[in-house]
Design a protein around this ligand. Structure first.
Ligand SMILES: [Zn+2]
Length: 64
């Protein structure tokens, strides 16, 4: 699988560790989980805002 596959499967099934097979995706997955935690705790950001941020994060990590 390629990174987009890792990430889509990790997003739909966060408990699976597929993404950890790739260092880039493991890093992305940690950031994703952290954002999920923050989004769950804070009353502020909406789901759509979080998705937008995730998209930007994904793009930013992909550029490295
Ligand atoms: Zn990957």
């Amino acid at each position: 699988m390629r990174c987009p596959d890792h990430r889509s499967s990790a997003s739909s099934e966060p408990d699976t560790a597929d993404a950890a097979a790739c260092a880039e995706c493991a890093r992305w997955l940690r950031a994703s989980h952290r954002l999920d935690e923050l989004a769950g705790q804070a009353p502020g950001p909406s789901e759509s805002w979080t998705r937008g941020l995730m998209g930007r994060l994904d793009a930013a990590l992909g550029e490295e």
